[in-house]
Each structure stands twice: as structure tokens, then as C-alpha cells.
Ligand binder design. Structure first.
Ligand code: UTP
Length: 506
């Protein structure tokens, strides 16, 4: 660890001497903590980081008109679509994906280092239970989907296979996530196949280019964005781990999408079939001003453009058939080959764009009092996972159905969108559709039939509550022999035990 003199010199070189302004008041333990923190910061990097943050904040503006003129949609030949493909084609991609999984070439990588400030709970978002009948958390649902898709590959190809689960965490989420997995016996997965690693933290900076102190002996730090993935892969030698395990293809996703299809064989198969090194699942934008990033090309390079960076006129442009021209909404579900990840992590990481977020960052004032600012006072710089598309040699997009694959948990209940209620509703609506398609009938508490409803609005609760464990069905497959012509009393939970009962009564 650094001595006081070394830390002081390091901070002076970076123009950050104020960090030690409370030194005389600190206990020995508190001094140790701040020296430890300063030891992690390289002076040149710190100087550059503070300078870049202050400069970026002063340039920070919303739409840049010139960008619009350089944007073009993804050419149709590079887009696959669930909606527009026939059953045989989807089957072919799914078979290819299961084949790759059965050969041990596929892993999933979860981005779970975020602070989840909008949801506002004090623990990692993956530990959140949205109030399903089973009370399962996001982590458990995901673990069970991995298990099921491994089983599907095994059933088809007759060999036991493993999908390693890489989980990127941060200082905020690593400890509780590790404990949660241990306490829950890794939800039935083998612990050696669940690899957690930590992304870096970087200081929040004030508009004057000075790092913000959140305590007298603590710099306000935040994770470096989900694009911190690429540095974290190198820091933690994760690519080597993938190599050792023979992993060739990665499905990267966010922790908060309750409908995420882990290692989706159809998506993997599509990307492999097209020889892509990088791919993105997209959904059709719901309406022109919808606040999602759009996958498109700018000066010939693939990018995700945030909605705030596009002029409204551009968002509203339509093609000859009346469809939105820039309709490919990014849902943070990506495919990467290991080779591509390695190249990005080793060669291009430093070129990734720094995105600026202006936030309210609690700080201590000159007298050492904690202040909770009422307006934004700090700059957080983040890299984004999708900013690597530009380095791809063969990029593809894959359009999926929103109601089947995308319902993120971002906000606390009470907000209009993306809440625990909307996430729960999306999952239960999907499972209700699966049960109806399998031929089930639903009854209410008084055993009266609940008339089936085949189409529901996005924000509508299904008429019966039906939850199906991922251990029983991944895509809605294999339900007919269990549910056909069965009268199911709402709320109905189809877990493995219930599935056994149903088989016995058939
Ligand atoms: P969001 O940008 O939605 O952030 O992350 P968040 O932390 O979940 O929520 P807010 O903005 O604080 O309310 C999208 C995904 O990227 C991950 C998150 O865990 C989530 O899966 N992420 C975000 C990281 O892994 N690291 C980060 O530094 C930021």
C-alpha cells in the first residue's frame, strides 16, 4: 500500500490534492482505507479520467443533427427474424444451436454489476423476486433456464453438456451475489461452472474536474458501465478460462430481463449459421419516440444510437411498406465469438466511447458535512457493452417478438413502465399462452371455467394465473402431453412435482 507521502504526490500529479483534505481528522483505520483506495488509482489514468469527464460534461448535449444524416438501417440481408421466418428455418437454427451446446461450445455471460438505482433496492437486482407464485428470483429463473437448455441438448444429442455461466459483478454486487448462490446451492448448477468476476470502479467527478468525496475518507466510485466487461475479461483472465473449457460462442445479456432466453439455441444457431462474429437481438420499436437504443449503421459501422441522440424526424422516417426505418430496438442480448471478444478486449477496449451520465452524487462539503444534492452535481463515465459492434467483421441482427423475449425490470412499482408488476405480468401472460396452446382449460376458485383469452394487450393481466417452471419447459415445448384437456385451477404452478402428478393422472 502507498505511504501518505506517496499518495499525496500521486494526487498532486493528478490535480486531486483535495482527496486528503481531512487526513488530520481520520483514525488509523480510516487512513488505511483511503490509502488503499488511492493505491488502486493510476495517476495518469486519474488525470485523464477527470479531464475527460469535465470536458465531456461541458459538451454534453442532446441530439446531434449531423448524426442523423450519417445513419442507415441494418441492411435486410443481415437481419434474421422470428416473425418473418418459417417453421423449418427456425427449426434449423434451433437444431444448430443445440448441436453447438451439446458440444460444449456455448456459454452465457451475465452483466450484473449495475447498482439498480431506479429499482431502489439495497441488494443486487438478480436477487429480486417480482412476486410470482413460486417466489423465484431473477437469478433462480435464469439458473433453471440454463439447466433446461442443457437438458434439451442432452436429450437431442445423447451427451451430457455444460453451459458455463459467467457473471460479471461489481464491488456492489459480488459479495451478496456469491452468498446468495452459495446459500441456494447454486440452484442446482455445478459451482465450478458458475464463474463470477468483478468489473472495475471509477471515480465520480464534479463539474470542476475534481473527484467527489462521499465520505471524509472515501472517493465516490461507480462501476465503469456494462462495457467495463472488456477490461474485466482481461483483468480476471476470463477469456483464458473460456479457451480452457472449449467455449466458442457467448450469449451476453442483462440481469433484468425476466423473459431472457438463456443461450437461446435459435439465436446462437442463426449467428453460427451466418458466420457472424457479433450479433444483437432486437425488437421492433413500439412507437417512434420509444426510449430504446436503435441498432443501425453510421458511416458504414454498426452502432447502437441512443434515442436521445436522434432527431424526432429521423425516428419517424418510414420505409415503402409504412414500417419504421429505424425500428431495430436494442434489448441487450448479444452474441459474440470468443475470438471477437478476445480481439476487442486486447486491441480495441481503449477506443470504446465514454458515455457521460450527469447524476446527483452525495458528497461531503469543505466542513465534512454530508450533502445530498437536489440537482445533478457529478459526472459518471460509463462504457457500454454494445459499443464494440463497430469492430465486428460480420455483424448480424436477429429480430424477436417483444412479448416473448423482452420485459426489463428497471423501476420500482408506481412507475408506468418496466416495473416488478409489468415483469411479472409478461411472464405470467407468456405461460398462460403456452398453457392455452397446449390445450389446457382454466377454472376459477369456484371451479367455474374461465373463458380463454387468446389475445391480450401488453399491460393486461391474463385471466388465469399460470406459472411454468423453466425446469419443465423452456420455450413452451413439451406441455401438450401434460396439459391437454386438463382443467387447471387458477392460480396454477407447474413445477417438476406437479408435472409428475400430471403424468400419473394422464
Ligand atoms: P442499467 O443501465 O439498466 O443499469 O444496466 P442498472 O444498474 O441495472 O440500473 P440503474 O440505471 O442504476 O437504475 C443494464 C445492465 O447492465 C448491467 C446491469 O447490471 C444490467 O444488467 N451493468 C450496468 C453492469 O453490469 N455494470 C455497470 O457498470 C452498469
Amino acid at each position: 500500500m502507498l505511504s501518505f507521502e506517496e499518495a499525496k504526490a500521486r494526487l498532486e500529479n493528478a490535480g486531486q490534492s483535495h482527496v486528503l483534505q481531512f487526513w488530520a481528522e481520520l483514525s488509523a483505520e480510516e487512513r488505511g482505507k483511503i490509502l488503499e483506495e488511492i493505491s488502486q488509482l493510476q495517476p495518469e489514468e486519474l488525470l485523464e479520467h477527470c479531464r475527460a469527464a469535465a470536458a465531456a460534461a461541458s459538451r454534453h448535449s442532446s441530439a446531434d443533427g449531423r448524426l442523423d444524416e450519417r445513419m442507415e438501417p441494418v441492411p435486410p440481408e443481415f437481419i434474421g427474424s422470428v416473425r418473418k421466418s418459417n417453421k423449418e428455418t427456425l427449426q434449423m437454427w434451433g437444431d444448430e444451436g443445440l448441436l453447438q451446446i451439446s458440444r460444449g461450445r456455448v456459454a452465457v455471460l451475465l452483466l450484473a454489476g449495475g447498482q439498480g438505482t431506479r429499482l431502489g433496492v439495497s441488494y443486487p437486482k438478480g436477487m429480486y423476486n417480482v412476486g410470482l407464485p413460486s417466489r423465484k428470483t431473477m437469478y433462480q429463473i435464469q439458473a433453471e433456464r440454463i439447466q433446461k437448455v442443457q437438458d434439451l441438448a442432452k436429450m437431442k444429442h445423447g451427451c451430457k453438456c455444460t453451459i458455463p455461466w459467467y457473471i460479471m459483478t461489481s464491488e456492489f454486487t459480488l459479495g451478496p451475489t456469491e452468498k446468495f448462490f452459495k446459500d441456494n446451492e447454486y440452484f442446482g448448477l455445478c459451482p465450478s461452472n458458475v464463474v463470477m468476476f468483478e468489473q472495475r470502479m471509477i471515480p465520480a467527478v464534479g463539474f470542476d474536474g475534481k473527484v467527489i468525496l462521499e465520505k471524509k475518507n472515501k472517493i465516490a466510485m461507480a462501476p465503469d458501465g456494462n462495457g467495463g466487461l472488456y477490461r474485466a475479461l482481461v483483468d480476471n483472465k476470463i477469456i483464458e478460462d473460456m479457451e480452457r473449457r472449449g467455449v466458442e460462442y457467448l450469449h451476453v445479456y442483462c440481469v433484468d430481463n425476466i423473459l431472457v432466453k438463456m443461450a437461446d439455441p435459435v439465436f446462437i444457431g442463426f449467428c453460427v449459421n451466418k458466420g457472424a462474429d457479433c450479433g444483437a437481438k432486437v425488437v421492433d420499436k413500439a412507437y417512434p419516440a420509444e426510449p430504446v437504443g436503435v441498432v443501425c449503421r453510421v458511416d458504414g459501422l454498426y452502432q447502437v444510437i441512443e434515442y436521445s441522440e436522434i432527431q424526432p424526424e429521423t425516428s419517424e422516417l418510414r420505409g415503402p411498406g409504412g414500417e419504421l426505418l429505424f425500428s431495430a430496438g436494442n434489448i441487450c442480448n448479444h452474441f459474440f465469438t470468443r475470438g471477437f471478444l478476445k480481439e476487442v478486449a486486447e486491441k480495441f477496449e481503449s477506443q470504446l466511447k465514454q458515455h457521460v451520465a450527469i447524476k446527483k452524487v452525495p458528497f461531503v462539503d469543505g466542513e465534512g458535512n454530508l450533502v445530498k444534492p437536489t440537482k445533478p452535481n457529478g459526472i459518471k463515465m460509463e462504457k457500454f457493452v454494445f459499443d464494440v459492434f463497430q469492430f465486428s467483421k460480420k455483424f448480424v441482427a436477429f429480430e424477436v417478438l417483444r412479448k416473448e423475449e423482452f420485459s426489463p425490470l428497471k423501476n420500482a412499482d408506481g412507475a408506468p413502465l418496466d416495473t416488478p408488476t409489468t415483469a411479472r405480468r409478461s411472464l405470467l401472460a407468456q405461460h398462460y399462452r403456452w398453457a392455452l396452446a397446449a390445450g389446457a382449460n382454466f377454472l376459477d376458485e369456484q371451479d367455474k371455467p374461465i373463458p380463454p383469452k387468446h389475445s391480450m394487450a401488453q399491460n393486461e393481466d391474463p385471466p388465469a394465473v399460470c406459472e411454468i417452471s423453466p425446469l419443465v419447459s423452456y420455450f413452451g415445448e413439451g406441455l401438450e402431453h401434460l396439459l391437454k384437456q386438463k382443467n387447471l385451477k387458477s392460480p396454477f404452478l407447474l413445477d417438476e412435482n406437479e408435472a409428475k402428478n400430471l403424468v400419473q393422472t394422464t
